[in-house]
Design a binder for this molecule. Sequence first.
Ligand SMILES: *Cc1c(COP(=O)(O)O)cnc(C)c1O
Length: 311
Amino acid sequence: MLFSETVYSENQLITHPILETASVTLHIKREDQLHEHVSGNKFRKLKYNLIEAKASGYATILTFGGAFSNHIAATAAAGKLMGFQTIGVIRGEELGVQLVKTLSENDTLHFANKQGMQFKFMDRTTYRSKDTKEVLQELVKEFGNFYLIPEGGTNDLAVKGCEEILTDQDGMYDVICCPVGTGGTISGIINGATLDQEVIGFPALKGDFLSGEIEKYTSRTSWKLITDYHFGGYGKINLELIEFINMFYKEQKISLDPIYTAKMLFGIFDLVEKGIFKKNTRILAVHTGGVQGIAGMNKKLMKKKLPLITI
Ligand SMILES: *Cc1c(COP(=O)(O)O)cnc(C)c1O
């Protein structure tokens, strides 16, 4: 069974002249390798939610996401493996007008559909009020009873799952780094860290609401967010980041997802180069997965005549 035992990922040592010059060590926690289809932090965030849904007798999982969402892909795959019906409410009514065309062009939705996920394409205005009673009641009318997982998958049970990312041995690191979207993953990591570790989050989007979100799930204070590496906002990337991803793949043979993990690692290398970390600092950076999104990103890059991400 998918979640029947607690699984851990491996830490991989990264060697690079920039790290050597600064006398710091960097390991990457390969959460991207946890599962072929339910990768990274989405595996952690879904675990206790799907266990709870099963125990409470639900047959259907409903959740929300954009057309390239890792959360949608992961929910479809995990739901199938756990024997649930899954419904994905997708932002953008227009995508549903020519569904065959949408599915042929969008790798994420194509994959989710193959896992048996049923879609509801929602116009952007309604989507913005998806958490209101009115919209939820409409969804219940349409689909019957379901277990609801919010967009991005963050709730108490998701944070509980992310508390299993760090192992006892990971207590040897001084600093834990992770990318931040809604803040659920970093909250679990903060709760799972030792009292003398510092957790540094790298938001992949603009905005100053994230600290408040994290404070909902943790009372610890040994963490901070570094907000300089969002590259213009959620899903935005530039030539410099593409070149970093391709360089990293060539040198380390690790694919980085452009939305989250690449921005964090770019930030870590930049901070190391700037001498922010003390000599002998041991850094553990969590690769949260999301590699499924590279194909969709490459289609956008092709349209913009930018170089592609090599996988
Ligand atoms: C969803 C996601 C994140 C963000 O996680 P949050 O818990 O929302 O902060 C980070 N990395 C990857 C690869 C993701 O898919």
